[in-house]
Design a protein around this ligand. Sequence first.
Ligand code: HEC
Length: 93
Amino acid sequence: MMYRTIALTSLLLASPALADDVPLKPGPGVETVEANCAACHTTNYIRMNAPFLSPDTWKAEVTKMRVAFGSPIDDDVAKEIVAYLVAQYGAKP
Ligand code: HEC
């Protein structure tokens, strides 16, 4: 089990498209997102999913990170994060 995790991690790191940690777009709340959303995975996850996520889906995504994956984010902070994600990475209607 342990070995499989390590093998998978090196596979991800070896893949140039995934290894490049492109900085998030500047905007209000960007520091909050960087502080709260980069603990478990890189912020590339945000960029890679951006084209598909409507405001409601971004909200659900942040809720999932908090509830399902247990990231310790307060309601106020979550609101700021969602506002940033929708403004910078929301799917255009
Ligand atoms: C406590 C750990 C943790 C934190 C903190 C965290 N995430 Fe995640 N995130 C995960 C896990 C686990 C996955 C699923 C991993 C996978 O599929 O490889 C994930 C996946 C994602 C995905 C990919 C889509 C999906 O649903 O699988 C996005 C987008 C995402 N996270 C955004 C965020 C944002 C935005 C924040 C900050 C609010 C955040 N994450 C904070 C653990 C976390």
